[in-house]
Design a protein around this ligand. Structure first.
Ligand SMILES: NC(=O)C1=CN([C@@H]2O[C@H](COP(=O)(O)OP(=O)(O)OC[C@H]3O[C@@H](n4cnc5c(N)ncnc54)[C@H](OP(=O)(O)O)[C@@H]3O)[C@@H](O)[C@H]2O)[C@H](O)CC1
Ligand SMILES: [K+]
Length: 510
């Protein structure tokens, strides 16, 4: 069994599957997949009792085979199992054909797809989606589309096998132009976890994901190149503070931004840096600086032109604007050999200026870029749709281009660092889809860098904590609707301290 956080592309899954099949009797993996799916199905219908009604959709390939294996097992008891076979048995792969014969020998009842209206008038306790898995090559066509539409309006749980049919397992996008996909409440994914279940549309379509590794020998697994975010990726930096320490021990952060009309963005980033543990925080404003932040008087507010760029950690971009003053200040920050986080208009300025691009790519100190898809698109000279088409590939490309750690924001934020695994964040929710949360994230990255975290750990740690704080607030009923970026900041501080305390070894500083 590989690391529980490992993510594999569809082609890597096929390689693992091929390696495993050489040592196993034909059909073994499909039977194990069916068994694991049936087990989870039974958990999901527990409350419906022994006579639950289960509808199983089986497609033309091996995903359909998994569904038929599950049907065969579920039909052994007193459950009512109904199968819709969307396949020509003569064209099924061999193992799936065997699975069909077994399902036909069971008490499961087969119904015609033409009976669709009657079918969906029934009350189902569970639908199992085994229409398509990683073999879907084009948009779900008009024969299966109505079935998917009908399932997507049912109120019962929907369990997808391997991937929700219609979803691309690598990218989390809907396959094909005008495609459609099953919206599952649960997905049981086979052999290894897949990136497409966790980014882009993945979270909305896959629901709760369980991995069934099908008892494949560890030796068959190949090294993985992407993984889910996990506290273990940054836990070695969650350290208790030394008693004999002072504000200088935790670094200085300067936020550069806050052009006229956008001062709040710089304030949010600076407050987030302060509450994520930076020793001293400056807010350096492009236009007129306020004398102070009355809610957070610890922040030192000043004009950016007067600021010393020689030392400390810098967060450039929140409310920066794209004026020539902003551009020149950004150039000074890029020229200074200091840890740097670039967000928002800093990214827009760089996208429009080859000199700044070269300076960013040559920046010798730690560099983190935190683009949202449109900013990423501008940096790569493509459309935001192209970025979203393959978020992992886009983040990796930016990481190579700027020799930096990239935090590509969005559902399933992707963190990419040159020469290391890409990471998909697991925390967070739609409460974060509101103005200012990006400024908070940038400020957090700066604070963690200032406290000595390496850039990759600072980026994955900040993304995890930012999302976790939002999850905690939503659990308390503060959001998702109406959660503000300001409210996130104290929750981030609480999450960070809880993690540090949990991670501390017997109260010792590490
Ligand atoms: N092989 C094993 O032992 C195991 C496989 N597992 C499961 O298998 C799937 C992958 O199976 P595969 O057969 O490669 O692919 P699918 O079942 O996902 O689908 C392929 C079939 O679907 C047809 N297809 C593709 N696109 C469409 C479409 N838009 N409309 C209609 N039909 C479509 C395709 O036909 P072609 O015309 O393209 O040839 C195939 O017939 C994997 O996801 C697992 O669920 C298990 O892991 C267990 C071991
Ligand atoms: K499926």
């Amino acid at each position: 069994m590989p690391s529980p956080t490992a993510l594999f592309s569809a082609s890597e899954i096929r390689d693992i599957e091929r390696a495993a099949q050489t040592t196993l009797p034909a059909g073994t993996l499909m039977q194990r997949a069916g068994e694991a799916a049936a087990e989870l199905a039974l958990e999901l219908i527990q409350s419906a009792g022994d006579t639950a009604n289960v509808l199983i959709l089986a497609g033309p390939g091996n995903n359909g085979g998994d569904a038929l294996e599950a049907a065969y097992r579920l039909a052994q008891g007193s459950l009512e199992v109904t199968i819709v076979l969307c396949a020509d048995p003569a064209r099924q792969p061999l193992n799936a054909r065997q699975a069909l014969l077994r399902a036909q020998s069971s008490a499961a009842c087969f119904v015609d797809t033409d009976l669709r209206d009657d079918l969906f008038a029934e009350k189902w306790d569970l639908v199992i989606d085994g229409l398509f898995g990683i073999g879907l090559t084009r948009a779900i066509d008009s024969t299966v589309r109505p079935l998917v539409q009908a399932v997507n309006v049912l109120a019962c749980p929907v369990l997808s096998l391997d991937v929700p049919s219609g979803l691309d397992a690598d990218t989390g996008n809907i396959v094909g132009e005008n495609g459609i996909a099953i919206r599952a409440s649960h997905t049981i994914t086979f052999i290894g976890n897949k990136p497409g279940l966790h980014t882009a549309h993945g979270k909305d379509y896959a629901g709760a994901v369980r991995v069934a590794s099908l008892d494949i020998d560890e030796a068959c697994f190949i090294p993985f190149h992407a993984e889910l975010n996990d506290v273990r990726l940054f836990s070695s930096h969650l350290r208790l503070r030394m008693h004999n320490s002072h504000k200088g021990s935790y670094g200085d952060v300067t936020v550069i931004g806050g052009a006229r009309g956008m001062g709040g963005a710089a304030i949010l980033a600076a407050r987030a840096a302060a509450k994520s543990g930076a020793g001293r925080v400056y807010a350096a404003f492009i236009d007129d600086a306020p004398t102070h932040d009355s809610l957070q008087p610890e922040l030192m507010c000043r004009n950016a032109v007067d600021h010393d760029f020689a030392s400390g950690t810098f967060v450039a971009g929140p409310g920066l604007g794209i004026s020539s003053t902003a551009r020149n200040i950004l150039e000074r920050a890029l020229n200074a050999q200091v840890p740097l986080v670039l967000d928002a208009d800093a990214l827009n300025l760089i996208a429009a200026d080859t000199k700044l691009q070269t300076l960013a790519a040559r920046h010798a100190s730690p560099l983190i870029l935190t683009p949202h898809p449109l900013e990423a698109a501008r940096l790569l000279g493509v459309s935001s749709a192209t970025i979203q088409d393959d978020r992992l590939a886009a983040a990796r490309q930016l990481a190579r281009l700027f020799n930096a750690t990239i935090v590509l924001k969005g559902s399933g934020t992707v963190i990419a660092t040159p020469g290391d695994n890409a990471v998909i964040n697991t925390t967070g929710n739609p409460a974060l889809a509101t103005a200012g949360t990006g400024d908070v994230l940038a400020g957090m990255c700066g604070a963690l860098l200032a406290q000595g975290w390496p850039e990759r750990e600072a980026a994955v740690g900040a993304a995890w904590l930012h999302g976790h704080a939002a999850d905690v607030l939503v659990e308390q009923g503060i959001g998702p609707t109406g959660l503000t970026a300001s409210e996130l900041i104290p929750a981030i501080r609480a999450s960070l301290n809880q993690l540090i305390n949990k991670n501390a070894q017997h109260g010792r500083t590490l």
